[in-house]
Design a protein around this ligand. Structure first.
Ligand SMILES: NC(=O)c1ccc[n+]([C@@H]2O[C@H](COP(=O)([O-])OP(=O)(O)OC[C@H]3O[C@@H](n4cnc5c(N)ncnc54)[C@H](O)[C@@H]3O)[C@@H](O)[C@H]2O)c1
Length: 328
């Protein structure tokens, strides 16, 4: 890693905690800014006494704190965000405000002190496009503003515009990553994430709850592969000012995922189908398929995911089983 001192907003979250752990293992100094809204102290508890880690429990919207911390570091990862379909539908104001205001404050501090910054955006930005696989320069097809789900996608798209505007106006070194479904140990099912929900349902032999008809397809990528991409990208100046997809191209239907989880966990669970109207408050809209084109990631950082879906399901299962043992 060419950067030695790194600030991570959202570092106590799922992706952020793995990134933190990996960078500490490389000998970097890491500071986390996280308000623990969707993240959890338990994600970083094992790193608490690490001599190269500082943890600041604070909102990313704390402008004075960001102005103080950004110049002390030579790279900023901005991961703090409202996340998860359930949270986004239930707390639409917080979603838009956290995403847009937080990113604005981070970018302004990075601009003032000229610090490179990587922002995590999302495959949701492609909206309802059916032009697969999704390429970064493709048109996006957004749903109506009356359907709350699209607030997340629009706010993240606005973050991308703002970051690219800083790059265009002052050559601020910005890197933008669109993450596709990222999964692995420490992800919580609390905010609507599918894999941790399925694994914990299967491990306790409860019904595995599939929303809709389960024919919608997704590609799941290991957080360990994503962290490698997040580390490599800001080390290549050619990636500066670009949007880059990171995700797996291995597609599976949600119904197929449920079956695979039941099989690999040796569960006696049955699948239960729940209509979207029952699963979510009014304002939900879904898309059938989402597959990334990863040519840019290959071109810039020679990136390819290494873990298969079965590997990931086993890792998540081990994680939940260990936690159950810890708790008992
Ligand atoms: N996990 C995925 O599948 C996925 C997919 C697409 C994009 N992303 C993006 O990756 C990033 C990380 O997501 P994650 O899956 O690790 O989610 P997460 O919820 O585990 O992590 C987000 C972290 O940000 C913190 N946070 C939220 N609002 C904050 C605020 N106002 N101030 C300070 N901290 C705040 C949370 O406490 C949490 O620790 C997010 O930007 C998300 O939009 C994730």
């Amino acid at each position: 890693m060419t950067y030695k001192s790194i600030l991570i907003t959202g570092g106590a979250g799922f992706v952020g905690s793995h990134l933190t752990e990996n960078l500490l293992a490389e000998g970097c100094q890491v500071t986390i800014v996280d308000d623990l809204s969707t993240g959890n102290w338990s994600n970083i508890e094992h790193l608490d006494k690490h001599p190269n880690l500082r943890v600041l429990i604070a909102p990313v919207e704390d402008r004075a704190l960001l102005e103080q911390e950004v110049p002390r570091h030579d790279l900023v990862y901005h991961l703090a965000s409202a996340v998860g379909v359930k949270l986004i539908i239930e707390q639409p104001v917080k979603t838009v405000e956290t995403i847009f205001r937080g990113t604005d404050i981070v970018l302004n501090a990075c601009s003032r002190y000229r610090r490179p910054v990587l922002i995590t955006s999302t495959s949701e930005v492609y909206g309802k496009s059916t032009n697969l696989p999704f390429r970064e320069e493709d048109d996006v097809v957004m749903g109506p503003t009356e359907k709350r789900r699209w607030a997340y996608a629009c706010a993240k798209a606005l973050d991308e515009f703002l970051a690219l505007a800083h790059f265009a106006e002052s050559r601020l070194p910005v890197f933008i990553v669109r993450l596709f479904n990222t999964v692995g140990p420490r992800q919580t099912g609390q905010y609507g994430m599918v894999l941790p929900t399925f694994v914990s349902q299967a491990l306790s032999n409860r019904p595995v709850t599939v929303y809709g008809d389960g024919k919608q397809q997704r590609c799941f990528c290991s957080v360990f592969d994503i962290v490698e991409g997040l580390k490599k990208l800001p080390q290549n100046p050619e990636a500066m000012g670009h949007v880059v997809n990171l995700g797996s191209q291995e597609e599976i239907s949600i119904e197929g995922l449920a079956q695979r989880v039941i099989e690999l966990t040796g569960s006696e669970s049955k699948i239960e189908y729940i209509p979207y109207e029952k699963a979510y408050a009014k304002g939900f809209d879904d898309m059938q398929r989402r597959v990334p084109d990863t040519s840019r990631a290959k071109q810039f950082i020679d990136w390819n995911p290494k873990y298969s879906l079965d590997d990931i399901i086993r890792q998540v299962t081990d994680y939940y089983q260990t936690r159950q043992q810890d708790a008992s």
